[in-house]
Design a protein around this ligand. Sequence first.
Ligand SMILES: C[S@@+](CC[C@H](N)C(=O)[O-])C[C@H]1O[C@@H](n2cnc3c(N)ncnc32)[C@H](O)[C@@H]1O
Ligand code: SF4
Ligand code: SF4
Length: 355
Amino acid sequence: MQTLNLLKNSCKAVASFSKNRPINSVTEIKITRLCNQRCRQCNIYEKQTEPKHLTYTNFRRVARRLQKYGSFVGFISGGEPILNPELPEILLYSRKIFPLSVSLVSGLYFDYKKISKIVNLCLDEDINIQTSLDGLDELGNYLRGVKNHSDTILNNMEKIATKKEQMGSKSFLYANCVLSAINLSQIPEIINACKNAGWKVTIGLYHSLIETTKVDGEMIIKDEGKFLKTVEFLKDNPDILNLNTFIEGLPRILNNDFPDLCPFVDGKKSSTRLTIMENADLHLCFGEEIGNLLEDDLQSIFESEFYKQRLAQYRECKGCWSSCYTQKYLLFHPKNPQQAIHNFRKLLNLEVAAK
Ligand SMILES: C[S@@+](CC[C@H](N)C(=O)[O-])C[C@H]1O[C@@H](n2cnc3c(N)ncnc32)[C@H](O)[C@@H]1O
Ligand code: SF4
Ligand code: SF4
């Protein structure tokens, strides 16, 4: 069933590619604006708009449009997606839309009893689980604005890893750790804690590029010595999943020395990343929505004047070095055969690690 689905989506991707439209490889769907954490870097929980959640009915409408266009990898995110009461139905439906993988992106800040059913559903359906850990003990509480953060998350991570073993699930478990000026000295310890819990780690980088992120001066990395030491530690580190080319380029942020490219413009076909909000608005990087998937088809959005204008605006952008956008560009645009082999190996390792 998934193979047939993959084949159909691949044909649609070829059609998009030949017409100079994006291949929709990665879609993040934020199914709620509510959250039970209060992170310094994020403002989604401050939104007061209606609806709070993307309902299952509307999710299916959106999903059918994604299916019609062709889609591959899905992230069911938020806010805190577990607060959406229709999450089980949404996850099951997602499996039909995204033939390569579906990941639940949850902060996991709950008592395990409250999340065990949804965890079991994910493990049963081979749905990956992504969480966040960027500080231990008091630092975790400070960054995430809640009490007892790292103990709660690590305890849940351990239980989920044990359950995965018991069930023989192929779900992939990983925690995203956002680097900021506040947590650089804790990075080795955080990675180690995740490893001990049986989880892999992805490294993100604090930014304030998009609508749901917040400017926090304290988080901006300025200490060159400390940062370069952290980057050295992360290079070729087998416990992290990022591409080497992304890690090696991290020092660029110290002097805003960004490459002269925008993934949405220069990697339009391969590296466009879609974010769908709880009201079905479709976002690219910064700026207002470029359409709404309850009203518009993806193809007509990508053929609109509005989309062209947005790309023209992005062409003038001063650049970025971000795990979501730049790293995807680097994956599909290796500069030499060594980089291509490294990228391919990383993808293979993901498969192996999931098993
Ligand atoms: C928006 S959250 C949604 C899922 C869930 N609430 C969580 O925190 O894991 C997804 C990821 O984005 C990261 N994130 C949020 N704001 C960010 C920012 N300003 N810069 C970099 N990463 C950010 C979070 O730390 C998290 O790992
Ligand atoms: S980063 Fe995630 S957990 Fe933190 S406030 Fe934002 S949505 Fe909630
Ligand atoms: S270069 Fe492109 S992806 Fe990066 S911040 Fe600018 S518009 Fe966004």
